[in-house]
Design a protein around this ligand. Structure first.
Ligand code: MG
Length: 256
């Protein structure tokens, strides 16, 4: 059982550097996300930027367990009913698609991880509200990450926003600790559990990442071994930041 580590100021500075690169990648991809571009082209853009800035794509070659094929790209491109881990393949982006981009970068051995959901074109009002609520669920989770609070307080804050919107909360995937590895303890669920969870202290770094659906919360793993999609085909959204617990409000590491 690995334990939760508190990062030093030097380590947090490295993660901040990685986080800035990740934020730049998401901005670049947002700019390039137009009808006609392929997921693979977005991936190439992301990888080139990460390497140009002296980082390494955290996702490339990553596997969650030994049975899984290594992840083939540098970003996840999850479209419409795909929740997370969509492959950056030859699929072409079209008007009306809901596209979630997840990116990770490693700098000097430290990782940062962030995600955002975009709509290609003008979203229907209900979809716009769904995207915004998922973003607000992330922000509520970040605001709950103060010293003395517990992981369960983050989970509860995310859950309350999601439930108020009437959205499904994916339970199979959760946020996580992050640092010298992309996935470290503790888990950060997007829903309350029996346990209140670990007490937060300054230096703990977390990736908080609500994954919500417009329909049911059930998901399944596609045959590609990576893509997680909603069972009922409903749309899914995903927002994520890497944060550090401080003496006051959490610091967001994945910003420019
Ligand atoms: Mg993550």
């Amino acid at each position: 059982m690995r334990t939760v580590t508190r990062k030093s100021a030097r380590e947090i500075a490295e993660m901040r550097r990685a986080g800035r690169i990740v934020a730049e990648v998401l901005a670049l991809v947002e700019e390039a996300l137009r009808p006609g571009v392929s997921a693979r082209e977005l991936d190439a853009l992301a990888e080139a930027h990460i390497r140009r800035r002296g980082g390494r794509p955290s996702f490339k070659g990553y596997r969650l367990d030994r049975d899984q094929p290594p992840f083939p790209g540098s970003i996840c491109v999850s479209i419409d009913d795909e929740v997370v881990h969509g492959l950056p393949d030859a699929r072409v982006i079209r008007e009306g698609m809901l596209v979630s981009i997840d990116a990770g970068a490693e700098v000097n051995g430290y990782h940062a991880d962030a995600a955002r959901t975009f709509f290609v074109g003008e979203p229907p009002a209900a979809v716009a509200a769904f995207i915004e609520t998922t973003r607000l669920a992330l922000m509520a989770g970040i605001l709950a990450a103060v010293p003395g609070a517990r992981i369960g307080d983050i989970s509860g804050a995310v859950e309350d926003v999601a439930r108020a919107g009437g959205y499904g909360i994916v339970r199979e995937c959760v946020g996580h600790g992050i640092g010298t590895r992309m996935h470290e303890p503790p888990d950060v669920p997007n829903y309350r559990t029996r346990a209140r969870g670990l007490e937060l202290v300054p230096g703990i770094c977390l990736a908080i990442e609500p994954m919500l659906t417009m329909g049911g919360a059930d998901v399944y793993l596609r045959d590609d071994g990576w893509t997680i999609a909603t069972r009922d085909g409903s749309l899914a959204a995903h927002f994520e930041h890497t944060i550090v617990v401080t003496d006051g409000e959490a610091g967001i590491l994945t910003t420019v």
